[in-house]
Design a binder for this molecule. Structure first.
Ligand code: GUN
Length: 287
């Protein structure tokens, strides 16, 4: 029976450490860290995520600046706001909640955020540093997954890792972080042939596909570590992951629950990135 890897408690510990670090640093720097959170329109899921992020900021002593823009905001108004925030010294991190309405150019928006304030690690410069294995901002969800596995003492070196899903937010950066820890990494996706057989080769299986309970026991090598990144809303309104917990739990060695698994860790990593951006901006010789 799998041990449940709960992110909720670990995330609370991380938040407490961040809160203490901010308290210490704020006196020296003369201000608290600031995070600007932009939401365009009123997608219900985005509204929930954004409200969590603002609450998390308040809990640890980060000043959050909220920008709720209308659904039909123009590309140039959004880019102007980002430029203003790039120049604002109170703002250490800028996050524009995705997805954006279709008339907006998501890539241009991501590129407009100053790389040193890109706490999502979506900017091509930061993605480049990540793929080169250089020090820099780490993407929140993959970093959260790595922190959970490290805290459980899971060894990655030499292990076979399979990631289902090739998104820029999770699948691709997850592969980079696993590779850094010397896992052998395969990224599977919707065109992968015989997905269950491939997944059965995995010591570490990461599901990031957005299909409720898609990963069932026949995907799982006995004793595998199974990480469920999915956040899907069931017909009853409850959150369900990409993994069918009931059938996978008896086969896996570790499994992350949904909710209270990866989600709280993603949120904690955003706070960590904001703190890092703040310290880097204030402690750098030119800053
Ligand atoms: N939409 C879903 N996840 C994320 C995230 O981590 N960051 C941003 N900016 N938008 C998202």
């Amino acid at each position: 029976m799998a041990h449940m890897l709960r992110g909720k408690e670990l995330a609370a510990d991380i938040r407490e450490k961040i809160r203490q670090e901010i308290e210490q640093a704020a006196g020296r720097v003369g201000r608290r860290p600031g995070l600007a959170v932009i939401q365009v329109g009123s997608d219900p899921a985005s509204t929930v995520y954004v409200s969590h992020k603002r609450k998390d900021c308040a809990d640890v002593g980060i000043q959050s600046f909220g920008y709720d823009l209308p659904e039909d905001v123009s590309q140039s108004d959004l880019l102007d706001l980002i430029e203003t925030l790039n120049q604002d010294d109170r703002v250490d991190g800028i996050l524009c909640q995705l997805p954006l309405p279709r008339h907006l150019d998501e890539f241009a928006v991501i590129c407009a955020i100053a790389p040193e304030k890109d706490v999502d690690c979506f900017h091509p410069f930061n993605v480049g540093l990540l793929s080169l294995g250089r020090k820099g901002m780490l993407p929140c969800t993959p970093a959260g997954v790595m922190a959970m596995m490290a805290s459980a003492g899971i060894v990655l070196k030499g292990k076979q890792a399979v990631i289902i899903g090739r998104s820029n937010i999770v699948g691709k950066p997850m592969a980079q972080l696993l590779l850094r820890e010397h896992a052998t990494v395969t990224i599977a996706h919707s065109r992968t042939v015989d997905l269950p057989a491939l997944c059965r080769t995995a010591d570490i299986l990461v599901a990031a596909i957005g299909k409720p309970r898609f990963v069932t026991a026949d995907f799982i090598k006995p004793g595998a570590v199974v990480i469920d990144v999915g956040i899907n809303r069931g017909e009853d309104g409850k959150l369900v992951g990409d993994v069918d917990e009931a059938s996978v739990k008896p086969v896996a060695s570790y499994l992350t629950p949904v909710p209270n698994g990866v989600g709280p860790m993603t949120r904690a990593m955003l706070l960590k990135n904001t703190l890092t951006a703040y310290l880097d901006r204030n402690d750098s010789p030119s800053g």
